[in-house]
Design a binder for this molecule. Structure first.
Ligand code: OAD
Length: 230
């Protein structure tokens, strides 16, 4: 019975047609992070920020889970130990593929958050600045996205799982954003076998014991088959 923790990033959804952040033509080449992914950017120009996430919500809704998302859902269903997927992605392709033990550490496009009382509800496809909170009524709705400078969600649960991990895999993430980029070090301290699954080695790639390089729709199903055959 082994405990498996899997961190995913934008690369796992790339073959579903969703843009990554740091590719040459990726989201951060098209938008300034400060403008659309910080509390200060939201305070300065909420319409721009809400429109940015409305567009991404629409794109995510049109996208379909790919073979990599499906392989991770199959792993969770078929593995005798625990499987936890911690995603930095705000799309819902993991849950649509069938993953259930899932943490959205950077929030979710399909969720709205009240900046006044922290209540959460299902976001409409098109949010507007000043939408009323469904609980307290304040005109304080915002996308339920963790912006730079904010604390990622469920960190205690994530570190507890990393502390008990036998296998840790990072899939399609560039290792540029902490705390997620530090998970490999934590998993190693716990004695986990570590593997990076990516098109190319990431900036923290040298910290992993193993690497599987190639497109996620090929490498992830192969990796899952290997674990289930072990
Ligand atoms: P990045 O855009 O930084 O990195 C995407 C990674 O996926 C890169 O390492 C690519 O090599 C890899 N990749 C691309 N296509 C792939 C494929 N088909 N198969 C396998 N790997 C592929 O995205 P993240 O690491 O997810 O945060 O970015 C982390 C955080 O930075 C995001 O959650 C977001 C962003 O700023 C916030 O907005 C708070």
């Amino acid at each position: 019975m082994s405990n498996i923790v899997i961190l995913t990033g934008a690369g796992i959804s790339a073959e579903s047609g969703l843009e990554t952040f740091r590719a040459e033509t990726g989201l951060w080449a098209q938008h300034r992070v400060e403008d659309v992914a910080t509390p200060e950017g939201f305070a300065q120009d909420p319409s721009l920020v809400v429109a940015f996430y409305n567009k991404r919500r629409e794109q995510a809704a049109k996208a379909k889970p790919n073979a990599a998302h499906e392989a991770l859902a199959h792993l969770e269903a078929a593995h005798t130990g625990t499987v936890l997927v911690v995603t930095q992605n705000v799309d819902d392709l993991h849950e649509r593929a069938g993953s259930r033990n899932l943490i959205h550490m950077h929030g979710a496009l399909n969720s709205a958050l009240c900046a006044a009382c922290d209540h959460r509800w299902d976001a409409p496809m098109v949010m507007a600045v000043g939408d009323a909170c469904l609980s307290c009524g304040a005109p304080s709705a915002r996308p339920d996205i963790v912006w730079f400078g904010e604390m990622p969600y469920q960190m205690d649960e994530i570190f507890e799982a990393l502390g008990q991990a036998d296998i840790f895999a990072a899939i399609g993430t560039s290792g540029n954003v902490y705390p997620a980029a530090g998970f490999v070090a934590e998993a190693r301290r716990a004695g986990a076998r570590t593997v990076e699954i990516n098109l190319e080695l990431s900036s923290v790639g040298s910290q992993f014991a193993d690497a599987l390089l190639g497109p996620a729709t090929r490498t992830v199903p192969d990796w899952v088959a290997g674990i289930l055959n072990d």
